[in-house]
Every structure is written in structure tokens, then in C-alpha cells.
Design a protein around this ligand. Structure first.
Ligand SMILES: [Zn+2]
Length: 389
């Protein structure tokens, strides 16, 4: 039986309104075509939403707020959301009825991982200007980032009701289908419990490597794809990041797991290859992945599953921007996919965990206490081994 896991939604909210493109007219009325880039989790390519928004400061205070909005937008563009947030909070105090200020402030909170505050700002912008329908998508994104799939689906559906034929509507339908599938597939455990064992097992039965297979034999292709062909853009550090990630999981198991590197792929229990082709990882349907762990396992009469072998494939460029992955991004991807390869047959609902079901800026390239505790829970009855054995 082969199961493919390792998919994580990509979810970027619609971008901040690009105030820097605003041009003042002689009568002090300002208008522009604001372009909002929409890059949803399941998109192969970003879609564009375009709308005209008028911003008309009428008083010196509003002028001051407008200047802050421009500054905040520049800071956001320079990826300085904490500084941008400070500026835009002041701008919102000066001009509380400006929807674009609240919208961009919502984007700052989103980038800082403060999703409740982001939702509040997007809702405020929407109340002031109900035409700002990007707010609805961004609220849905915030809920998705929090692992609250039901609320995310509700907001995406409310967007579709009003905009059934917008360019991005088809992608949003795909997103809703996948979110519902996730809800159905996954036991949504409490994100605050000490571990998320419930979410990665079936009826409490784990999927794991048999004790007799330890130490696991791991083959890491040095920059080649599954056919042994070199992958352009591969950096040698990726090999080390993959190995370091594996070491982290072994430590998390308190040495109940162990591995050794082999040079013959045919002998490998875990076979790791690379790709620079996003389409290669795309499953049928809507799922788009940064990596995948193809796990073969057998099911025992008691319902527990024993892993037979795993093929891990890592995409070395970002799916949407096509830019090379940074070291941190690569490490996050390796940690996540290796988590699946070691028996995590599901995802966490806590957006700090490496095994969170969706990519999120709140996830760091390091295992959390819950990640570690969950893997240890899976292998807790295995004897600890001396490191390196
Ligand atoms: Zn995954």
C-alpha cells in the first residue's frame, strides 16, 4: 500500500494595497488602480485582482495618516512587518475611517503571525468599505493559518457567493475542496495538548518503522532526481540540511530511532531525491506540495501499520515564486517531510509546529516541544539505543 503524504497548503493573503502607486491630483483627490496579488494555497500561479479605490485625505491629520500609510507600505514591501505595524497602528489612530489603512494593518498582523488581530483589521476594513472583497479572502487565510478549517471554509464560501465568476473563484473552490478533505481526513485535535498523537494515528494505532529495521538505511541522492539526473540549482548544503533534520528527529525520539547513510539506493529504507519541477510534485486534483513522502506500509490485524519503505522528494525552488529555497525554508521542508517518513501520518493543528498542516510564517525551522513529544509517543515502547548505533 502506498500513501503519499507531505502536502501543505501554501497560503498568502492578498497583498497590501500598493499605496506607493497612488498619485495625487491637483484637487487633492487620489485614485489609483490597486493591484492585489492573490496567491492561494493551491494555486500553480498567482492570480490578479484589480479594483479602483479612491483615497482622499481632506484634513491635515488625514494627510499625516496618508504619509504614514505610504511609509508603512514601503516597510511591508521591504519585509519589515513589525516596523510597518507600528507605523500603521498610528495611521489608523489618526484616520480610523480609512479602509486601506486597516487593510494594510491587517496584512502586517498577518505577517507577524497575529491572526486574531489581522482578522479584526480586515473586518474593520470591510465594514468601512464592503467593496474590499479581498478582506474576505484574507480573513479566510487567517483562519486557515490558525488551523481553523471550518471558519476558513465559511469565509471562502461567503466570498464565492458574492463573486462566483471572479478570476480567482475557481482556485478558491479548489481550496475549499481541499480544506474539507482535510477536515474529513484528520482528527482535529486540540492545538494546546502536549502532543498531537491523535492527529497522526488512526484509532490510536500508529504507523511506524518496525523495530527490526533499525537502524534505518538512508540514501541521500547528491543533487539528483529519482532517475539519477542532476537537478539544476541544487546546492550541496541541502544534503546537510536534510541530514541535520533527520538528526533532530532521532534526538526527539530520545535515540529510540537511529539511522545510517548508505551509498546504494537499492538498499535504502528511506530514499531521498530532489526536484526543481513543481509539476512533478503536484498530485491529481488540487494539492500542491513543497515536498512529498511516499510511504509504503502494511497493516497488521490489530490496525497498526508498519512502514516498509519511503521515498522522500524535495522541491528545491519555491512553488510559486520559483525562487531557490533559503536554507531555513529547506530545513523546514526537510523536517516536515522527514516527520512523515518516520511515521507522522497526519498533521498538527498548532501553527507553531513543524508538522502544522499548512505553511505559515509562525512555523520556525526547528522542532517544537509538541513535535518532539509526538514522535516520542509513537516510539515510546522502543528501547533507546546508544547514539550512532
Ligand atoms: Zn505534511
Amino acid at each position: 500500500m502506498v500513501q503519499i503524504v507531505g502536502e501543505r497548503f501554501r497560503h498568502c493573503p492578498t497583498a497590501p494595497h500598493d499605496i506607493t502607486k497612488l498619485a495625487r491630483k491637483k484637487n487633492n483627490r487620489i485614485s489609483t488602480l490597486l493591484k492585489a496579488m492573490l496567491t492561494l494555497a493551491l494555486l500553480a500561479a498567482p492570480a490578479c485582482a484589480k479594483r479602483e479605490v479612491k483615497l482622499s485625505p481632506q484634513t491635515p491629520t488625514q494627510e499625516q495618516a496618508f504619509e504614514m500609510l505610504v511609509r508603512g507600505t514601503h516597510l511591508l514591501r521591504d519585509k519589515k512587518p513589525f516596523q510597518a505595524k507600528k507605523t500603521l497602528i498610528q495611521a489608523a489612530q489618526l484616520w480610523p475611517q480609512s479602509a486601506p489603512i486597516h487593510y494594510n494593518l491587517g496584512f502586517c498582523f498577518h505577517e507577524c503571525g497575529e491572526y486574531d488581530s489581522a482578522i479584526h483589521e480586515f473586518q474593520t476594513a470591510l465594514q468601512i468599505d464592503p467593496r474590499m472583497s479581498d478582506c474576505v479572502i484574507n480573513i479566510a487565510n487567517c483562519y486557515q493559518m490558525q488551523g481553523r478549517a471550518k471558519e476558513a471554509v465559511d469565509w471562502f464560501e461567503s466570498y464565492l457567493k458574492k463573486h462566483p465568476r471572479e478570476t480567482e473563484s475557481e482556485e478558491i473552490r479548489g481550496m475549499i475542496r481541499s480544506l474539507k478533505q482535510y477536515e474529513h481526513d484528520q482528527v482535529l485535535s486540540d492545538p494546546n495538548t502536549p502532543d498531537y498523537y491523535q492527529s497522526i494515528t488512526e484509532s490510536g494505532k500508529p504507523k511506524r518503522w518496525p523495530l527490526s529495521r533499525l537502524p534505518l538505511k538512508v540514501f541521500i541522492s547528491n543533487g539528483n532526481d529519482e532517475h539519477g539526473q542532476p537537478v539544476p540549482g541544487f546546492r550541496e548544503e541541502f544534503n546537510y540540511l536534510l541530514l541535520n533534520s533527520l538528526d533532530d528527529w532521532v534526538k526527539a525520539s530520545q535515540n529510540r530511532l537511529s539511522y545510517r547513510v548508505v551509498t546504494d539506493a537499492n538498499q535504502a529504507d528511506i530514499w531521498c531525491t530532489w526536484t526543481n519541477d513543481p509539476a512533478f510534485l503536484r498530485e491529481a486534483g488540487n494539492k500542491v506540495e513543497q515536498g512529498a513522502a511516499h510511504v509504503s506500509s502494511v497493516t497488521l490485524p490489530d490496525g497498526s501499520r508498519l512502514i516498509q519503505n519511503v521515498h522522500v522528494v524535495i522541491l528545491i525552488i519555491a512553488r510559486e515564486s520559483q525562487k531557490p529555497l533559503t536554507s531555513d525554508e529547506m530545513r523546514m521542508t526537510c523536517l516536515h517531510e522527514l516527520g512523515h517518513a518516520l511515521g507522522m501520518a497526519g498533521h498538527s493543528t498548532n501553527n507553531r509546529d513543524v508538522m502544522f498542516f499548512s505553511e505559515a510564517p509562525s512555523v520556525w525551522p526547528a522542532l517544537t516541544k509538541r513535535d518532539k513529544a509526538t514522535l516520542l509517543h509513537v516510539y515510546q515502547d522502543y528501547p533507546p539505543r546508544a547514539p550512532g548505533l
